[in-house]
Write a protein that binds this ligand. Structure first.
Ligand SMILES: NC(=O)c1ccc[n+]([C@@H]2O[C@H](COP(=O)([O-])OP(=O)(O)OC[C@H]3O[C@@H](n4cnc5c(N)ncnc54)[C@H](O)[C@@H]3O)[C@@H](O)[C@H]2O)c1
Length: 341
């Protein structure tokens, strides 16, 4: 590949110029909002396959396009003099990835490689990657640490790990620096943007849909786990805390920090029953739950340690408690019962 030399201009007074891939999606939209709040100049690149145009903060420029379209990614980076990329665009349904692995490797690895190529061609040298704790597979201990082994148990986790591994080699070649953030369940909403997935597979919006009467009940997959109440324990992080971690990672790279991989977790996690009980309390409504059998491959506890990012980048969640997280999600769900429609 010929890599054209590109003379970079100085950044605007508006701060660094960032491309956010997947910025019309759930986490990306809130990262864009927070970047704009902090004075960054933001361009959103999204093909709207899952995202929503209404979720793009009006302060950002929007380019509708696919990551696999190298000329468009390259011209978007070049024309906007982009210095760094936050990469959220991906497919992210675990079950679907098991049935259609090719779809996941194509988008999460091949299209991701196109993005890297475009960055190299235009001289954008910093990437913050939205990875996943699914890269670890079955945890060897909890809370999961960055040094634990990575043995994904589904193509989604494998595709994210493959992309991380590619990043390492581009770093060694001197092409870019990256921070990869591995986390489990994003949850909650900001004042303006929230979670709208179709299909919705995440427990908090599902439970709140049941509270709104949009679903008859909530399914609990197993209550015979070796946990205090028998239901599985999972890690939930408020979406604004996630976005803040991405912004801290950007700052780290902008100051010349080395490439790093960090976990984002909330320490002890919360059980499925705790989520449902807290949602009942927050909403003041009855939520019917039905207990069914365990799902294959679901471990009893999935919680990540964020000691490393707390120490290195000073990340401290603003919403460590489940009740605060669910309150913001409930606010969003009530004001947007049909999502962005
Ligand atoms: N939601 C979570 O709990 C969670 C947990 C861990 C990791 N992640 C990761 O965070 C990222 C964002 O997750 P989300 O929940 O906001 O997902 P989302 O589906 O709401 O957003 C992803 C966005 O990327 C866009 N997109 C996908 N493929 C694209 C392509 N080829 N070209 C251009 N745009 C494309 C979609 O249209 C969508 O707007 C994903 O990479 C996901 O793997 C999410």
């Amino acid at each position: 590949m010929n890599i054209a030399k590109h003379e970079r201009q100085e950044p605007d007074a508006g701060g660094m110029r960032i491309l956010v891939t997947g910025g019309a999606g759930y986490i990306g939209s809130i990262a864009v909002e927070m970047l704009a709040n902090e004075g960054y100049t933001v361009v959103v690149y999204d093909n709207l396959i899952k995202g929503h145009k209404e979720a793009v903060d009006p302060r950002a420029r929007f380019v509708e396009g696919d990551l696999a379209d190298l000329p468009l990614v390259e011209s978007t980076l070049r024309d906007n003099n982009i210095q760094a990329v936050m990469h959220f665009a991906a497919h992210s349904l675990v079950g679907e990835s098991v049935e259609a692995p090719g779809k996941y490797f194509n988008n999460n690895v091949c299209a991701g490689l196109t993005l890297i190529e475009a960055m190299i061609r235009t001289g954008a040298k910093m990437l913050v990657f939205s990875s996943t704790a699914a890269t670890y597979g079955m945890p060897e201990s909890v809370p999961i640490k960055e040094t634990d082994s990575t043995v994904p148990i589904n193509p989604y986790g494998e595709s994210k790990l493959a992309f991380e591994r590619m990043l390492k080699w581009f770093d060694e070649a001197g092409d870019l620096k990256f921070v990869s953030l591995r986390y489990f369940n994003a949850a909650g909403a900001s004042d303006n943007f929230g979670e709208v997935h179709d299909p919705e597979t995440h427990i908090i919006p599902i439970v709140l849909q049941a509270a709104l009467g949009q679903r008859p009940q909530v399914q609990i997959y197993g209550d015979d786990y070796p946990t205090p109440d028998g239901t599985a324990i999972r890690d939930y992080i408020h979406v604004e805390d996630l976005a803040q971690a991405h912004i801290l990672a950007l700052g780290w790279l902008a100051e010349g920090g080395e490439s790093r991989i960090f976990n984002l977790g909330n320490g002890s996690g919360f059980s499925v029953k705790e989520v449902i009980d807290t949602a009942c309390k927050v909403t003041g409504r009855e939520i019917t739950a039905q207990v069914g059998p365990r799902r294959a491959g679901d471990p009893p506890v999935l919680v990540a340690s964020s000691e490393e990012i707390a120490t290195s980048l000073g990340w401290k969640p603003k919403y460590p408690g489940l009740e605060e997280i669910i309150k913001t999600a409930w606010e969003w769900q009530q004001t947007h019962p049909l999502g962005y429609e």
